[in-house]
Design a protein around this ligand. Sequence first.
Ligand code: HEM
Length: 182
Amino acid sequence: MNRHGHFDALARMLHWLMAAMILAMLFIGAGMVVSLAWRPTLLDLHRPLGLAILLLAIVRLVNRLRSPPPPLPADLPAIQKRAAHASHWLLYGLMLAMPLIGWSMLSAGGYPVVLFGGVHLPAIAPHSPDLYALLRPAHTVLAYVLFATVLGHLGAALFHAWVRRDGVFSSMARSGKTGARP
Ligand code: HEM
């Protein structure tokens, strides 16, 4: 956090970059399972993008622990504060869990985990059809949970920006160096 009560530059950059990447991943994932023609191309994108999300989520988590976010407005009802904190930690959990489950499920199924340029990642789970049968639906269910949480998060952000106009949205949208908050 900087002295104006805004998120720091790294937190803001990672927030908007990862928002685009995660939304793209949800649609790429859905596209993969509904179109046989596009499946190989989309899957080749899905694996490295998912791994990039995992790495960026770790950087983001470390930055969040080192640089605390600005406090929510003092007049925000306690239930909304609790919902905000819970949904933020749920988003962190899902940003880490989704790629790890995707990688583990391919490992459990005995499939190669190939990135761009033919780089192979090692298996991170034992080869086991039973484990694959557990992880494959878990990847789908958690994708729905992620999508619903992202939608709730977007709705809350717009509520702060357009209804409450309390500076919460601009704390992630701008550096705060110009001083004015809507
Ligand atoms: C934030 C990260 C990720 C998100 C949001 C995500 C999202 C999705 C979604 C929405 C689907 C479609 C699920 C369905 O309709 O059943 C999917 C399928 C899939 N994902 Fe991911 N995924 C992520 C990371 C990964 C990673 C890192 C890998 C592998 C290294 C991976 C491998 C797969 C595979 C193989 C499928 C399709 C499986 C099949 O069709 O049998 N995912 N993913």
